[in-house]
Design a protein around this ligand. Sequence first.
Ligand SMILES: Cc1cc2nc3c(=O)[nH]c(=O)nc-3n(C[C@H](O)[C@H](O)[C@H](O)COP(=O)(O)OP(=O)(O)OC[C@H]3O[C@@H](n4cnc5c(N)ncnc54)[C@H](O)[C@@H]3O)c2cc1C
Length: 436
Amino acid sequence: MKVSVIGAGLAGCEAALQLAKRGIEVDLYEMRPKKTTGAHSTQNLAEFVCSNSLGSLDPTNASGLLKAEMSALGSFLIKAAKESQVPAGNALAIDRVVFSKKVEELINQSGKINLIREEVTKIPTDIPVILASGPLTSDSLAEDIKTFTGAEHLHFFDAIAPIVEKDSINFDKAFYASRYDKGEASYINCPMNKEEYEKFYNILINAPKIELKEFEKNAKFFESCLPIEVLASRGTDTLRFGPMKPVGLIDKRTGVENYAVVQLRQDDKSATMYNLVGFQTNLKWGSQKELLHSIPGLENANILRYGVMHRNTFINSPEILYPTLQCKKRKDLFFAGQLTGTEGYTESIATGMLAGINMANFLQDNDLLELSKVTMLGALTHYISDNEQKHFQPINSNWGIVEELNVDKKIKKNKKLKNEMLSNRSLEYLKNLLTV
Ligand SMILES: Cc1cc2nc3c(=O)[nH]c(=O)nc-3n(C[C@H](O)[C@H](O)[C@H](O)COP(=O)(O)OP(=O)(O)OC[C@H]3O[C@@H](n4cnc5c(N)ncnc54)[C@H](O)[C@@H]3O)c2cc1C
């Protein structure tokens, strides 16, 4: 029994190790150093391409809970990360060279993994496959994935808007309305007067941006998907005639049409998360926070996902995957990592782990592991495979996607207590699952 894992990045290495642990032989393909991605700078396995942090370790933080779940489920890379840790407060930051070395040792010691330094240009058809070639999948393989999934199911660029938690919006200022009262009043609107708009505009045009990598600079963005900072640079009023257009949006409490309006659109079925319409951005996260908190109604908004922009190859998972990460169209094919539309280092390792476990389950005729939405990993895999979604965009771990607690509003308002309860519920669920 043998599996091909394509890509020895974060997801691919974790998946290969999970397979090896279960006695399955792996051909692990990595195209570096023969061919590189433009973002990777070494030939090391599981290279961290940008920051060296995996985020919080606190299990009452969304990313921290994901890591606690992964430790419970036996993630090799989270263990290696902890052994390569450098001081960073509550966050799990690593020495990336030490980390890659540890991963390489694990791969070599497994006795089951054959590392092949070659580019894979087509999805192999004669062997079970885990595709973990990442956001910078080589062009030829991306082309083949496109053919396999159907052209409309492969996306290349991320220009995504921030998402905030509804419960943290101040409804003394924000109001529900649809433009010209058309349809249900399902949008949340944050109104601005002239002075507030000017303050917002000044923060925006002076905010530092993340430098795009050389290969990303030539990217063509759709005119309708331009980052807000690009629109703002065209003139003071460009945003007021674009995504912040106030026309037709009346606050029924005052009868006023405002100077500018930021609209938020529901992002999940349970209406806990709202994205800022037309607010895709490449600002640094600190600046995004300052900018969003300058918007009336969002002064204390809890930002569940920041806007990002970089080349990001990802499949339209809601059409293609089950929550087990198995492909609907081909049962011996699993997807893992950023390619699935889960965003971030921790999330990539997590989906690599699940794909590895489930490929082994599939080959050994065991039931596939479909985690409940009470866990962060289950919530993520259900979110990306929810085929009722119309405009799928990558997501990272956040409380908004987790199954709601069945408790009264008072407890829900106490964020610390609520997160503790959510975290305990997940870890308890996994404890039961693992003892069965
Ligand atoms: C520029 C950039 C910066 C990012 N910064 C951060 C950050 O700071 N924090 C964060 O949490 N997330 C960040 N991400 C998002 C994401 O977490 C990382 O990209 C993460 O490494 C994804 O893990 P992965 O395993 O899916 O892909 P990767 O870790 O990229 O692994 C994929 C591997 O597949 C190989 N490969 C590609 N095509 C082929 C092929 N055809 N044949 C063989 N091998 C192939 C690649 O060389 C690579 O080694 C960033 C992404 C990008 C693009």
